[in-house]
Design a protein around this ligand. Sequence first.
Ligand code: 6PG
Length: 250
Amino acid sequence: MNQPPYESHDPDILTLRAAELLARIATDAVAARGVAHIAISGGSTPRPLFKLLASPEWEARVPWAHTHIWWVDERCVPPDDPDSNYGVAFALLFQHLPVVITHRIHGEESPWQAAYLYEQELVESFNLWAGAWPRFDLILLGMGTDGHTASLFPGTDALAERDHRVTVGHAPAPPRDRVSLTLPVLNQAAHVIFLVAGENKGPALTTIFHQGGGDPPLPASLVRPEDGHLLWLLDTTAQQAAGLDLLQDC
Ligand code: 6PG
């Protein structure tokens, strides 16, 4: 499997680059279709991005009134739980915006009920016929040290799911139950951007960038949009830990 496209930047520049790409993709989608659909991930890496997008100088740069925000995955906890991906993004970004359209995964429900409700919301919002896949304008992903992405962990049924749009994943660490978009949905996106930072991501990045993704392939290596653009945005620490050259721009 050929090496995926990447850029590497110092942390502050990395956040700025991610914000610029998100703003451009959203603006282009709204200009073309009147609406943008963006799915964001949780974890710690995107937090600086959420803070930047909440700043006054960025508020007008994203067409929030026409941008639907979805979650790539969610921990099965209530929205006010500190582990809630929705709760973190709401506190850092969405509560500061005058208008925003969010589609929350109901982590307070039982896992499969939350997955069912979220899939129903996708079907209605994207007006999907049976078997059709939602095509997000942008899916923003992270990667764990084990090479997982979304809540698709190595060797799990969730990673193997190819029929449903939403499934239940199980993490090795609490909160274990997660609701997640499935790999086919990730690979239908128009743009997928991985935002990865930190030395501890080096081994998984090495497997993905130098060893074809590994055997069995790491979940993050399986994200290859069928008809879309893929970009890995790495901070220089992760880039160096992965033995990759400094690549500032494609
Ligand atoms: C989650 C995320 C998950 C995350 C990776 C990386 O719910 O935790 O969706 O897939 O992107 O675990 O997490 P960090 O950014 O904290 O390293």
